[in-house]
Design a protein around this ligand. Structure first.
Ligand code: ZN
Ligand code: ZN
Length: 217
């Protein structure tokens, strides 16, 4: 089984860019075989990752796109031409996904701005999986699991890491070997994967957050 974290960011509005070498090092240390870099609303924004593709880690690129319904992860997209701006109707992206063999995952569906945080819980065609997200609350992740069970839709797990600290905290195991993001998209569409969710990751995240709090002075 190939252990892949499908939801990793490396660009930040507030503190610039995370160091790709540190992310790769942490990913390998955490037992990952691959990561997918998904910057917000742009495929081109992760172009700098192309130069790291020779590392021991399988590095793929996708997009976390802000549709009119909320955040979705798109795998298999290869340029920004279909997503010239955020907030395009989900139906439009869904139609493109069918035509171009993208896979679409509802990111943190119950945590704003996830697609089920405000909208009804009716099944959205062209969503291939719902995401259990390391940064989402336990309650929101439980809502995701419940809805996935109700709808018969698969669960994928990702860290939503912003840097090396949480990469691989949650990840997804793929049964068939993938060597690029198109193959990954195909496996997601084929429902051939399973979540890898370690309780330790959530505890570690809470400790990290506690240590980030400012001291009272
Ligand atoms: Zn998001
Ligand atoms: Zn994200």
């Amino acid at each position: 089984m190939q252990n892949i974290d499908p939801h990793v960011h490396s660009l930040h509005n507030s503190h610039g860019q995370a160091d790709p070498n540190k992310i790769i090092e942490a990913a390998l240390a955490n037992g990952l075989d691959g990561i997918v870099i998904v910057e917000h609303n742009s495929y081109d924004a992760s172009a700098r990752w192309e130069q790291y593709k020779n590392s021991d880690l399988l590095i793929m690129r996708g997009v976390e796109y802000t549709s009119d319904l909320g955040h979705i992860l798109i795998y298999g997209i290869e340029s920004d031409k279909y997503i010239p701006r955020p907030n395009l109707p989900f139906a439009e992206i869904g139609a493109l996904a069918e035509r171009l063999n993208w896979a679409i995952v509802a990111a943190h569906p119950f945590t704003r701005p996830g697609v089920y945080a405000r909208n009804s819980e009716k099944r959205i065609p062209s969503i291939h999986a719902l995401e259990v997200n390391l940064k989402a609350s336990a309650i929101n992740n439980l809502d995701t699991v419940t809805l996935a069970t109700k709808q018969g839709i698969k669960l994928i797990a990702g860290s939503d890491a912003r840097d090396e600290r949480t990469v691989g905290g949650y990840s997804t195991g793929f049964f068939n070997r993938v060597s690029n993001v198109q193959e990954l998209a195909q496996e997601i569409r084929n429902r051939d994967f399973t979540m890898i969710v370690t309780p330790d990751a959530k505890t570690k995240l809470m400790i990290d957050r506690t240590s980030e709090q400012p001291s009272y002075q």
